[in-house]
Design a protein around this ligand. Structure first.
Ligand SMILES: Nc1nc2c(ncn2[C@@H]2O[C@H](COP(=O)(O)OP(=O)(O)O)[C@@H](O)[C@H]2O)c(=O)[nH]1
Ligand SMILES: [Mg+2]
Length: 251
């Protein structure tokens, strides 16, 4: 069965750039790859997609035809995506490559929290081994509370999508903190930093939340990637491999 890697993350976290970098890396290591664009709002993609949602509809078209603004049109686009999820999966299933890399809409909250995301995952799961890679923008993690906030979002996405799920930190070449890996790997260190760097009610709240996030962090090794330098793509690849092979379970 083909491996389908779905890249999810907040706008600007680096999904499109990582899809391209990982696809090129896979091709260089001798694997066959197809690129799939599910972002109906994107103007250009750095890769050439084998399947592109914009062939069916674009946000601009919906704005024009239905007299909607950009947000309304994106909501409408996500609902169309949900309605057509099984048709999309069967179109994607005609691609012959072993790896299908799937780029998702910039506004991932619309994709994940309306029905498009869960419906697409259901459709895809029928036609290949499907995994979500959740992107954490390493440049935006400046404090322990930033880390807890982004992991809370990741946890919510995991609950919504219900397929094997891993997280990676992107933009490793421009991290805001040099101790990010330690924060993610050592619960005691994270708690110490929360006490040191946060205050008052926020400190209390973040400490409580960090307990919810710990099991999530513990289940998986931390992978830092840079789509620009290529650093960490090999580690991300083994993470994806472990989670999609029958031996792994990172659900
Ligand atoms: N420094 C650095 N910038 C990156 C990296 N990956 C993406 N970016 C930049 O982050 C911005 C958003 O990237 P994009 O792939 O469009 O994000 P998306 O909205 O999640 O698809 C762009 O300006 C990219 O050039 C990276 O590994 N390192
Ligand atoms: Mg994008």
């Amino acid at each position: 069965m083909p491996i389908q890697v779905v890249f999810i993350g907040p706008a600007g976290s680096g999904k499109t750039t990582l899809v391209k970098a990982y696809g090129d890396w896979l091709s260089r290591s001798g694997r066959s790859v197809s690129f799939i664009n599910l972002d109906p709002g994107v103007e250009e993609t750095p890769y050439s997609p084998s399947f592109d949602i914009r062939v069916l509809f674009t946000v601009e078209e919906i704005m024009r035809k239905e007299s909607l603004g950009p947000n309304g049109a994106m909501i409408r686009a996500m609902d169309i995506l949900a309605e057509r999820s099984f048709e999309l999966a069967s179109r994607i299933n005609t691609l012959e490559e072993n790896y299908r890399l799937i780029d998702t809409p910039g506004q991932s909250e619309l994709f994940v929290f309306r029905s498009a995301g869960p419906e697409i995952m259901r459709g895809l799961s029928e036609v290949g081994r499907t995994i979500v890679v959740f992107l954490i923008d390493g440049q935006l993690i400046c404090s322990p509370s930033d880390l807890i906030a982004v992991f809370s979002l990741a946890a919510a996405c995991r609950l919504r999508l219900n397929v094997p799920f891993v997280h990676v930190v992107t933009k490793a070449d421009v991290l805001s903190r040099s101790d990010l890996e330690r924060l993610m790997q050592e619960p005691e260190y994270l708690q110490g930093r929360i006490v040191e760097e946060e205050a008052g009610l926020l400190q209390e709240y973040v400490l409580e939340h960090s307990k919810i996030v710990h099991p999530f962090l513990r289940r998986q090794r931390t992978v830092l990637v840079s789509a620009l330098s290529g650093a960490g793509l090999d580690l991300m690849d083994s993470l994806i491999h472990d989670a999609t092979c029958e031996c792994g379970d990172l659900r």
